[in-house]
Design a protein around this ligand. Structure first.
Ligand SMILES: Nc1ncnc2c1ncn2[C@@H]1O[C@H](COP(=O)(O)OP(=O)(O)OP(=O)(O)O)[C@@H](O)[C@H]1O
Ligand SMILES: [Mg+2]
Length: 258
């Protein structure tokens, strides 16, 4: 086990006046384990609480109760060496005034590397994510969406974290670019022995990259699929709906229109 998520509950206050305040429970007791070297998918519909869970794991939000426990081997590492994150919205997750090389080297500021070593590392990271070194002097607005998401991935792997939280990391990309970025992620995972928690609402994307999938609905894990060949045997109704929608889409793409 690398990360153990134990019975996480999280609610937010709703209502605009202090005397009418009530709480909306977004996470209703979530537990699972992420193992070393795996890509664990967290699949669920919009608003089901996936990003909130991601924020709790990253330590950006505090849970009302429950705990996120890291394996002994990584629990003492500084947080940037434990985990990093790639978000859906690559445009707002980078500072538009920084050049690509500054964006990628930002997490390296906390390391002992010399200036020259950082420059060298940025060059290597650009190549790792399939970009050319010449792109390092560009600003974010001078890149395509797919290129900018690759920059965000380079920044995420820069501090050599043990695991990466990918929150809808390919959802804003074109389908063809999506496939390239998924292949890149699969390749980096292999090369660097990374583990991923891959949050998505897209079952096709989850099935492409993940070893195991947790199906998430209304703040709870409702089904765990350990063997993706068994996706078709899911017992939960919501899981079945997702699967039939994916099947429908697959047919729509593979069968010529009448
Ligand atoms: N800081 C907050 N304050 C109040 N409510 C919040 C806050 N953050 C999230 N919520 C609520 O929690 C619920 C779950 O939101 P969350 O972003 O976790 O969903 P999600 O599964 O990631 O959805 P999507 O697939 O659309 O990204 C929503 O109803 C949202 O409005
Ligand atoms: Mg979300």
């Amino acid at each position: 086990m690398l990360v153990s998520v134990q019975n996480i509950r999280k609610s937010f206050a709703v209502g605009d006046s202090w005397f009418k305040k009530s709480r909306h429970e977004v996470l209703k007791g979530v537990s699972f384990e992420l193992f070393e070297g795996e890509c664990l998918g967290l699949l669920g519909e919009s608003g089901s609480g996936k990003s909130t869970l991601g924020k709790v794991i990253l330590g950006i939000e505090n849970p009302d109760s429950g705990e996120v426990v890291f394996a002994d081997a990584i629990s003492d590492l500084p947080s940037h060496e434990k985990m990093s994150v790639v978000f859906q919205d690559y445009t707002s997750s980078v500072n538009p005034r920084l050049r690509v090389e500054e964006i990628i080297s930002e997490p390296l500021l906390r390391t002992q590397l010399t200036h020259a070593e950082k420059k060298q590392k940025v060059n290597e990271l650009l190549v790792e994510v399939g970009l050319s070194e010449s792109m390092k002097t560009r600003f974010p607005h001078q890149l395509s969406g797919g290129q900018l998401q690759r920059v965000c991935i380079a920044r995420a792997i820069a501090p050599s974290p043990k695991f990466i939280l990918l929150d809808e990391a390919v959802s804003s990309l074109d389908v063809s670019v999506q496939a390239q970025v998924l292949d890149l992620l699969a390749n980096l995972k292999q090369r660097f022995g990374l583990s991923y928690l891959f949050i998505t609402h897209d079952i096709t994307v989850a099935a492409y990259l993940c070893n195991r999938i947790l199906i998430f609905q209304d703040g709870k894990v409702v089904e765990q699929v350990d063997d993706l060949n068994n996706l078709a045997h899911a017992t939960n109704n919501y899981a079945k709906q997702l699967l039939s929608a994916a099947h429908f889409l697959e047919r729509a793409f593979t069968e010529p229109a009448a």
